[in-house]
Design a protein around this ligand. Structure first.
Ligand code: FAD
Length: 278
């Protein structure tokens, strides 16, 4: 298989300068896969605004497009506007635009930016076509959506507001992606939607994240992982095999790229890409 698919890698902003140095070592390993872009997450309610900025500025030094994530829920519109301009003035050309979630215990501040499509509209109003805008997509449905139909209608609204493409929440069932893409096509949405890939490195963490974000772990994966729980090497090999096959299937189905949730680690993503011959 030749590399015709766009690969991207997602990082979260480390808490310390030492952590950032370590992340750059991870990034250097990932560079050999010539990614289309790196992205850096943004903490709920703006909690990592400065760390996201610092990480983006460091990561982009490698000369690869680097996209800050930006979420709007609970944020003051003026502050969001200022941050959009600051990124534009710094030469950033891609943003991942999200609603985000409020940290538990924090009430939702009144803001004109309630959903991600409000943020996409604001970015376009402020900066025209300067940014390529990525938005979130949920083949297994966002946990707060009223229905699957409602959720894909909301995805369409983000594209209609000016987003260029979607990146999905991770999933382990490729049929969910097929069904989602067909549903979008019926709505007349032709924007590319890149599957988000969560390598299985630490199974307990994957279970914890999945419970929070509504991603389903199929029973056969849970059962096999339970079986291997005392045997790290077998669990790792099993996880790599499952995710490699998932990626293979998604690419064969025409997925336009793969976006890796790296958890700031290089090893598993690299081995999966090696297995894929990418
Ligand atoms: P929206 O698209 O606004 O949707 C949120 C919910 O509201 C959905 O249920 C939708 O169906 C519904 N909805 C949308 N519009 C309307 C409307 N007009 N009326 C009624 N209901 C509506 N979180 C972070 O905190 N930081 C990150 O960096 C981050 N990065 C992410 C990257 C990716 C690729 C993905 C898939 C998720 C990421 N998240 C991140 C998680 C994300 O913030 C949460 O899933 C959040 O709950 C929803 O954000 P959204 O942008 O999808 O919201």
């Amino acid at each position: 298989m030749t590399q015709k698919h766009g690969i991207s890698f997602e990082f979260f902003p480390p808490k310390t300068a030492e952590g950032l140095d370590k992340l750059i070592t991870v990034q250097q390993k990932l560079l050999k896969k010539t990614p289309e872009f790196f992205s850096v997450t943004f903490g709920a309610g703006g909690s990592t605004r400065d760390r996201t900025w610092d990480t983006v500025m460091k990561v982009r030094e490698a000369g690869i497009d680097t996209a800050p994530h930006l979420s709007c829920i609970g944020q003051d519109e003026e502050e969001v506007r200022a941050l959009i301009h600051r990124y534009r003035d710094a030469g950033i050309t891609r943003l991942v635009a999200l609603r985000g979630d409020m940290p538990s215990g924090m009430g939702i501040a009144q803001s004109s930016l309630r959903y991600a499509d409000d943020l996409v509209r604001l970015i376009r109003a402020e900066t025209g076509d300067h940014f390529t805008i990525e938005v979130a997509a949920y083949p297994e449905m966002h946990p707060q959506a009223r229905s699957f139909e409602d959720d894909i209608a909301h995805f369409k609204r983000k594209i209609d507001a000016g987003a260029n493409q979607g990146i999905t929440q991770y999933f382990y069932n490729p049929d969910a992606y097929v069904y989602y893409m067909e549903a979008l096509e019926k709505l007349g949405v032709s924007a590319p939607v890149v599957p988000g890939i969560m390598p299985i490195t630490n199974f307990a963490n994957v279970v914890r994240f999945s419970d929070m974000c509504g991603a389903e772990i199929p029973r056969w994966i849970r059962k096999a992982a339970e079986h291997y729980q005392q045997d790290d090497a077998s669990l790792r090999a099993f996880g790599e095999d499952v995710v490699t096959r998932l990626c293979e299937r998604l690419l064969a189905l025409g997925a336009p790229g793969l976006h890796f949730y790296t958890m700031n680690q290089a090893g598993t993503s690299l081995r999966i890409l090696d297995n894929l011959g990418l």
